[in-house]
Design a protein around this ligand. Structure first.
Ligand code: ADP
Length: 674
């Protein structure tokens, strides 16, 4: 904090105490801000105050130094300097400005220029000394070099005259790096090194006729003129200028000029070093800085640079747009000014995270100038200069898309749930309707069968002539009535069966029976049909065939169905029924022997396409108007359902035009019901 300078008026109205307070505040401010080391010590050389400048120059902090002796800073061979100085101080003398060596905390010897003055108490007694020290090491090094040359030159002047001038230039001047020359106050060159000729491209004779300013052009010429005057006046100066060679090219040199006495007149010794490389490096740096700046300015993401305390020191156009501040407004603001209040407490943690991890990133809620809020992703890193570089990306859109997606997902799940429920109830309804339909068909079939049986019965009686004699035509027509009635009865029986099965009303019985008996019974029933067509019917069954536990009537029904089909669709050849025990699986997966009943024929066969739909109800392969075979198209569908009810299965193989083979497998024992 800086106190306002007192005006004359205020000085008048201020008390002495106030004035002293003001003065000491001012002094403290000056002392603290000085680059020079300002050190207070008592008469015993114990340090009483130590400013920031001292800390910078010597490397020790105030707490390390206050209360200890100043001798710590003085190299061994100069320790007595201090006693000498303090002697002068005690006598109230101001010690004149002097240059000496001091030692820093890290052991370096530095050249300092020192001023020491006494400190007095209120009564005027000397109680200590204040010491102002300035580090002049670098300056000293330059000066030393020039002094060495000028000293050498001046001291050996007489020798030069006496000795071979060429040799002197070679040994003394030529050993210097860069260009080196002397000229007098009128600008006449007295001496120069070979480098000067090489770099300038001028010969010695030409240089002898030239003026020092001839090597420079434009505004630099004027500037140089002033600096040369300064060297003649003050003793030395540094200047950077473009040195132009004879061929018109120029290169930047850093000149050190120093005034010397030569031959009783004031001369200037100039030494120039090529700094093209340094310049080029600077230019590259500037170019990369320029590229960085362009990137910074035009980046679509917001970029800010903050200091270690999170105050913004720079910001690009994007972040200004995002936040609604101008760059001037944003610079100087603190992170807490642009995040939502709830997140301010997280800033300290974030700062330490950025310091400790190379890839810090986190989502923040930002607050615009107008108070509105937006989410942003922040990536931050510490830069070599200690500042923090942060990239800020507005993720409002991304968040919205995510939200929409979540909503859509939720909605979709709901829709799926509703649809599933609808389908479920539709299925339940359909199943119920199906059962009702089958139950209706079963009842209806039963009702139809009763009158049909009486039609068949009475027709039979009439045909037999029990109701009186019939002529040939009447007998024939009544025969057709009976045949149609039989067909209708078959159909009704089949419909009844399949309806019962589908309505879940058909129960299979389990009984113990000899399969051989069943085979014999079935063979007796179908043999007349085969014989009628001149077909050979063979039943192959091993005599040791076991007892079967199944539904005898249904097993026979399947067999009759398959054999009558075989006979029906075979015009010549044979029909063979093969029974055997094969290995199969129980319903639980346990291996066990099963009964296999295979009905083969040498009939018309079935095409592969028809095989695929063979077991569906009402499917007749030959369903056109020119159908040759009678049938309902329900037989195989019933067989398959019965086989399944009995715990077995049915399959068909056929070669079109050559014959077919239907195989039913049935377990020897009934499947265990769950
Ligand atoms: P259908 O009462 O019409 O015989 P099925 O369900 O028993 O009904 O048979 C369906 C159809 O399968 C038959 O119409 C016939 O075209 C075909 N089919 C059945 N068995 C054989 C077979 N052994 N040889 C050739 N075709 C057959």
């Amino acid at each position: 904090m800086r106190a306002a300078p007192p005006t004359l008026d205020s000085q008048k109205t201020m008390t002495v105490f106030e004035q002293e307070q003001l003065a000491s505040a001012l002094l403290a401010a000056i002392v603290e801000s000085s680059d020079d080391a300002i050190i207070g010590k008592d008469l015993n050389s114990i340090i009483t105050s130590w400013n920031r400048g001292a800390e910078k120059i010597f490397g020790y902090t105030a707490s390390e130094m206050i209360g200890t002796s100043i001798l710590r800073l003085i190299p061994e061979d100069r320790k007595d300097e201090e006693a000498h100085i303090m002697g002068q101080i005690r006598q109230g003398q101001k010690v004149n400005h002097f240059e000496t060596l001091r030692q820093t905390k890290d052991g370096r010897l530095i050249t300092v220029s020192v001023t020491v003055s006494p400190i007095r108490d209120i009564e005027g007694n000397i109680i200590g000394a204040s010491k102002i020290a300035r580090d002049i090491t670098v300056q000293k090094e330059h000066e030393c070099e020039l002094a060495r040359i000028s000293r050498l030159y001046a001291s050996r002047q007489s020798e030069i005259v006496a000795q071979n001038e060429q040799r002197f230039s070679a040994t003394m001047i030529e050993s210097m790096p860069g260009v080196l020359y002397f000229y007098d106050e009128s600008g006449r060159f007295l001496r120069w090194n070979r480098n000067f000729e090489t770099v300038s491209g001028y010969s010695g004779e030409e240089i002898a006729r030239m003026h020092p300013l001839d090597f420079f052009v434009g505004a630099e010429k004027e500037l140089l003129k002033e600096r040369i005057a300064e060297v003649f006046e003050k003793g030395n100066a540094f200047i950077e200028a473009n040195f132009r060679a004879k061929d018109g090219t120029s290169k930047p040199l850093l000149f050190t000029g120093r005034r010397i006495e030569f031959n009783g007149q004031r001369c200037l010794i100039g030494m120039g070093v090529d700094i093209s490389e340094r310049k080029r490096a600077e230019e590259l740096l500037r170019a990369s800085e320029g590229r960085y700046r362009t990137l910074f300015e035009h980046a679509p993401d917001g970029i800010v640079i903050a200091n270690a305390e999170a105050y913004y020191v720079d910001a690009n156009a994007s972040i200004c747009r995002m936040l609604g501040y101008t760059r001037e407004e944003l610079v100087g603001l603190h992170s807490s000014d642009i995040v939502v209040p709830e997140e301010i407490s997280c800033i300290a943690t974030a700062l330490s995270a950025i310091n400790s991890q190379p890839d810090y990133h986190r989502e923040w809620q930002f607050r615009r100038k107008d108070g509105s809020i937006f989410p942003a992703e922040v990536i931050a890193t510490t830069m070599p200069d200690g500042n923090i570089l942060a990239l800020i990306r507005d993720i409002t859109d991304r968040k919205q898309v995510e939200k929409d997606l979540y909503a859509l997902n939720d909605n979709l799940e709901q829709q799926v749930a509703v649809r599933t429920e609808e389908l479920q109830s539709a299925l339940v309804r359909a199943e119920a309707a199906d059962r009702i339909k089958s139950a209706f068909l079963a009842t209806m079939s039963h009702e139809l069968r009763t009158p049909l049986n009486s039609i068949i019965g009475f027709t039979g009686l009439v045909i037999q002539g029990l109701a009186g004699p019939l002529n040939a035509e009447q007998s024939k027509q009544l025969g057709m009535v009976r045949s149609s009635a039989h067909h209708l009865l078959d159909l009704i029986n089949d419909v009844l069966d399949i309806s019962k099965i589908e309505a879940g009303q058909l129960e299979v019985r389990t009984e113990r029976f000899q399969l051989l008996d069943s085979l014999t019974h079935v063979a007796a029933l179908v043999r007349p049909l085969a014989e009628k067509k001149g077909l050979e019917l063979t039943i192959i069954a091993p005599p040791e065939l076991e007892e079967v536990v199944s539904d005898k009537r249904r097993v026979e029904q399947i067999l009759i169905n398959l054999i009558t089909n075989a006979i029906k669709f075979t015009e010549q050849g044979h029909v063979t029924v093969t029974t055997e025990l094969v290995s199969g699986h129980e319903s639980k997966g346990e291996p066990c022997p099963v009964l296999s009943l295979r009905v083969e024929d040498t009939g018309i066969g079935i095409t592969p396409e028809d095989l695929a739909t063979l077991f569906q109800p009402f499917r007749q392969v030959d369903s056109g108007l020119t159908r040759q075979h009678e049938g309902t198209g329900l037989g195989l569908a019933i067989c398959r359902r019965l086989a399944t009810l009995l715990g077995g299965e049915i399959s068909a193989m056929s070669e079109f035009g050559k014959g077919s083979a239907f195989t039913v497998t049935i377990p020897l024992h009934p499947p265990t019901r769950p």
